[in-house]
Design a binder for this molecule. Structure first.
Ligand code: SF4
Length: 299
C-alpha cells in the first residue's frame, strides 16, 4: 500500500466530519477557510452554520452592509475578515467564480494558501495548500525536519508532488494531513500511535528523543499589546465594536472607560485614537465630531 493510501485509510476511520468537507461550493469553502484563520474548529462550527443561514450564497453576502456582516461575525473576532469576505463576494458576483488557483489569487484578501485550498477542495485540482499544520506534518514526513519554517515550503511542495496520488482522491490528502496534524502530529507528536510512522523521516528522531521541543509559540508574541494591558489590542477593538453596535453611537470621551475599566486618559488616549483610526480605515466604524458609529457606505 502506498503511503498516501495508508494516510487515506486512517483518515476514513479517524478523520473529523466537518460540514465544509461535504461540499464543493467555493462559497462555503471560502467562508470556512476565512473563519478558520485564527479561530478554533469547535467555535467555527457554530458560527459557520449561523453565517450560512444569514448569507447562503455570494449574492446574498454581496448585498450585505458593513453593519450586517459585522453583526453576523460578532464573537469570532478579527472583524476585518468579515468585511473582506463580503468584498470578495461582491467581486465574484461581478466577475464570476475563477476556475483555477491563479484566478482566486487575483482577488484582494485571498493569499496563496487560501487560493490553493479553493483549488484543491472546490475545483479538485492536484495541489497542496500549505498552512502551519500541513507545513509541520509535511516537513516531518517527507523531509525529516521536526520544526520547519516557511522557507521549507518549496521543498515540501516538491515532496508532495511525489506523495499525492496521480488520480483518485488526491484532494482528500490535504484534509487527511490537517487531521493528522491536529490529532497525532501535534507540536509534541505521538509517533508511536501514528499511522505514518513507518514512512516518516522525522519519526526516528522523535522516538529516540533527539528533538528539542521549542517552548514558546511565536504567534502569540507577535500580537500587539499596549503598555501593561492584560489583552492584545484586537480584544479591545472587539470591545469597541460591541459597544458601538449596542449603543448605536458613542462619544470618544466615554468610549475608553467602556472598553477598559482601567482606562487612563494620560497614558491610553493616544492608543485608543490609534485603534479608532485603524478601525475607521478598515471601514468598521466612522468617527465624526468625536462620535463613533458603525461604518455605513456613503450613498
Ligand atoms: Fe508526525 Fe511522528 Fe507521525 Fe511523523 S510519525 S507524521 S513526526 S506523528
Amino acid at each position: 500500500m502506498s503511503p498516501a493510501a495508508t494516510l487515506l485509510r486512517w483518515f476514513d476511520r479517524h478523520g473529523r466530519d466537518l460540514p465544509w468537507r461535504n461540499t464543493r461550493s467555493a462559497y462555503r469553502i471560502l467562508v470556512s477557510e476565512i473563519m478558520l484563520q485564527q479561530t478554533q474548529v469547535t467555535r467555527v462550527l457554530i458560527f459557520y452554520a449561523r453565517w450560512l443561514r444569514l448569507f447562503p450564497d455570494w449574492k446574498k453576502l454581496a448585498r450585505a452592509t458593513n453593519a450586517d456582516v459585522i453583526a453576523a461575525w460578532s464573537g469570532l473576532g478579527y472583524n476585518r475578515r468579515a468585511l473582506m469576505l463580503r468584498d470578495i463576494a461582491r467581486a465574484v458576483v461581478e466577475q464570476g467564480e475563477p476556475t483555477d488557483e491563479g484566478g482566486w489569487r487575483a482577488f484582494k484578501g485571498i493569499g496563496p494558501y487560501t487560493a490553493a485550498a479553493l483549488a484543491a477542495f472546490s475545483l479538485h485540482k492536484r495541489v497542496l495548500p500549505i498552512d502551519t499544520n500541513i507545513r509541520r506534518v509535511g516537513a516531518r514526513l517527507w523531509l525529516g525536519i521536526p520544526f520547519p519554517s516557511f522557507t521549507n515550503d518549496d521543498r515540501i511542495r516538491r515532496a508532495a508532488e511525489k506523495f499525492l496520488p496521480k488520480r483518485g482522491r488526491f484532494y482528500d490528502v490535504p484534509q487527511a494531513l490537517f487531521d493528522l496534524a491536529s490529532l497525532v502530529c501535534t507540536k509534541t507528536p505521538n509517533c508511536t500511535a501514528c499511522p505514518m510512522r513507518a514512512d516518516c523521516l522525522a519519526a526516528p528522531k522523535f522516538i529516540a528523543e533527539r528533538v528539542r521541543i521549542p517552548k514558546q509559540s511565536i504567534k502569540k508574541s507577535l500580537e500587539t499589546k499596549h503598555r501593561n494591558k492584560p489583552h492584545p489590542d484586537r480584544i479591545y477593538r472587539g470591545r469597541i465594536l460591541k459597544v458601538v453596535q449596542e449603543k448605536t453611537s458613542v462619544s470618544v470621551n466615554t468610549l475608553g472607560r467602556l472598553v477598559d475599566p482601567c482606562f487612563d486618559v494620560t497614558h491610553d488616549q493616544a492608543w485608543l485614537l490609534r485603534m479608532l483610526d485603524r478601525m475607521h480605515k478598515d471601514q468598521m466604524i466612522s468617527v465624526r465630531a468625536q462620535t463613533v458609529r458603525i461604518f455605513t457606505m456613503p450613498s
